[in-house]
Write a protein that binds this ligand. Structure first.
Ligand code: SF4
Ligand code: SF4
Length: 353
């Protein structure tokens, strides 16, 4: 009888490519929401990546405090192995923003695990200093890790920042790969898993350099605005604006920032193609943006530029809407030659041969 083949071995893998490891730091200032969000991914799912269902992908091992089976010291042993260069190659994922641990006299803002030598907690900046130089690629998951997010608001006491603020915007991994930022609060599940999959292929030497924009975001995911993919954009163009929730019309007067925000959520949806903030009635508050949240506050006020553009759209859109109404009425009626009777009125002209 043939030997049973474990699920993870069904996919044909390249023989000369080593296993790839993912060391996922969740101990930054955050809510673990990005780890939770990726459990909803389907393109690909995290299970597909780890169980070997993706064609050509090397075997992948994941070490994440929220998602791994291992806990406590057993889990942290992978962090220490990565630091000693015993997990090769690995992708470092950063989740949560990075507090400035050098601005206080005692204690720590964020830490993960203890130093075996001293028994003291290892702070998140210390982990980044230990792991980032050893990682083949580094990716920041969610707006806290990418740009600082909520924790980095004006007036915050921790001096929180994003990974590129900490390592430097021109930082590159030992393989020459820049920091990759996948913002979102939380990160859109498929955006992150698609990017992670790309990096896993790249780390395995099976993909070219990931294309990034000047904010280190994957270009193909963040080059369009919310507005360009919004189900309600037709209402905006026709100058039809909601004044209360529950309306299908454009939400700009209720505080939607979609026209100036880079995010593909209305096109991609949230889970399995469903949802996507304005599509389902929620204003866009710019949660993917480097300027979030300060530059988008107060939430639920009409954005400053929105008054002018929606004012223009009201006039222009009102006229367009009226003209379209006339055309719509015309095309909603059948042509007059479709009728019963003994007379053909289609305009048919018999040919003479
Ligand atoms: S709801 Fe927002 S994103 Fe959608 S059309 Fe209106 S302004 Fe644009
Ligand atoms: S549509 Fe706006 S609020 Fe929604 S995820 Fe994208 S940036 Fe964030």
């Amino acid at each position: 009888m043939a030997e049973a083949v474990p699920y993870g071995r069904r996919t044909q893998r390249p023989l000369d490519v080593p296993d790839v490891h993912i060391v996922w730091i969740t101990g930054g200032l955050g809510c673990d929401g990005d780890s939770v969000a990726v459990t909803a991914a389907t393109q690909p799912s995290i299970e597909d990546v780890i169980l070997g269902a993706i064609p050509g992908l090397p075997r992948v091992h994941l070490y994440n405090p929220v998602l791994s089976y291992e806990v406590g010291e057993e889990l942290m042993s992978y962090w220490h192995r990565a630091e000693r260069g015993e997990l090769e190659p690995f992708v470092m994922v950063m989740e949560g923003s990075i507090p400035n641990e050098s601005i206080k006299r005692e204690g720590y803002w964020a830490a993960q695990g203890n130093d075996p030598a001293t028994g003291e907690p290892i702070t998140i900046p210390q982990w980044i200093d230990r792991l980032a130089p050893k990682a083949t690629a580094v990716v920041a998951a969610g707006t806290c890790a990418t740009y600082g997010g909520i924790h980095a608001m004006q007036g915050n006491p921790t001096g929180a920042m994003g990974l590129a603020d900490y390592l430097g915007w021109n930082w590159k991994s030992k393989a020459g790969i820049p920091i990759v930022n996948v913002p979102g609060c939380p990160v859109q599940p498929d955006n992150f898993m698609e990017t992670l999959l790309y990096l896993l292929y790249q780390v395995a030497g099976l993909a070219p350099m990931i294309p990034l924009d000047d904010q280190l975001r994957p270009r193909w995911l963040f080059e369009r605005t919310v507005h360009e993919g919004c189900d309600r954009a037709g209402y905006y163009e026709q100058g039809q604006f909601a004044t209360e929730y529950g309306s299908p019309q454009c939400l700009v007067k209720l505080g939607c920032w979609g026209p100036v925000v880079n995010c593909n959520v209305p096109k991609r949806g949230w889970m399995a193609g469903l949802g996507g903030c304005p599509n389902v009635g929620g204003i866009c508050i710019g949660c993917t943006m480097p300027g979030f949240p300060d530059k988008f506050m107060p939430f639920m006020d009409e954005p400053p530029g929105g008054k002018l553009s929606s004012g223009v759209s009201s006039v222009y859109g009102g006229l367009i809407r009226a003209l379209r109404g006339l055309t719509n009425e015309t095309v909603n009626k059948e042509p007059r030659w479709r009728h019963r009777g003994s007379t053909l009125t289609t305009g048919y002209q018999p040919r003479s041969y």
